[in-house]
Design a protein around this ligand. Structure first.
Ligand code: FES
Length: 130
């Protein structure tokens, strides 16, 4: 695949040594910065765009704090929306029932390869809302 709208990130699994833990990343494409994060829970790795479903802010407000107090869920630091780590489904808070935008993630030995979908990139670059 070779496209103007391709964005691939590679992360070392070492960045996610703790269970659970998160790692953030970003790409710049056509002058727009797209932010994402990976959350590890047990042997599972899940990647999402770092964008709350309630308002267009990062979940962690840019300090890599993604968890609720019990570390059982992801939680937006702005108004407290609570999301499942494995599905990105918001289960409590102002956007209950909405979902984080998932990113495709592939595990390869000690690395994680994450793909921003072309549709998401086009949406961001064109300035279209969700
Ligand atoms: S901006 Fe995330 S809960 Fe309001």
């Amino acid at each position: 695949m070779n496209s103007d709208f391709e964005a691939v990130v590679t992360l070392s699994k070492k960045k996610l040594a703790n269970d659970p833990s998160t790692a953030v990343f970003q790409v710049k494409i056509k002058g727009h910065i797209l932010k994402g994060f990976v959350v590890r829970r047990g042997a599972g790795f899940f990647a999402y765009q770092n964008l709350c479903s309630h308002l267009p802010v990062t979940l962690d407000l840019n300090d890599n704090s993604f968890f609720n107090h019990e570390k059982s869920h992801l939680q937006c630091q702005m108004h407290g929306a609570v999301y499942e780590m494995e599905t990105g489904l918001c289960v409590a808070g102002p956007c209950e029932g909405a979902r984080l935008k998932p990113l495709r993630i592939i595990e390869e030995k000690n690395q994680l390869i994450i793909y921003f979908p072309e549709s998401l990139i086009r949406e961001e670059v064109s300035g279209e809302s969700k």
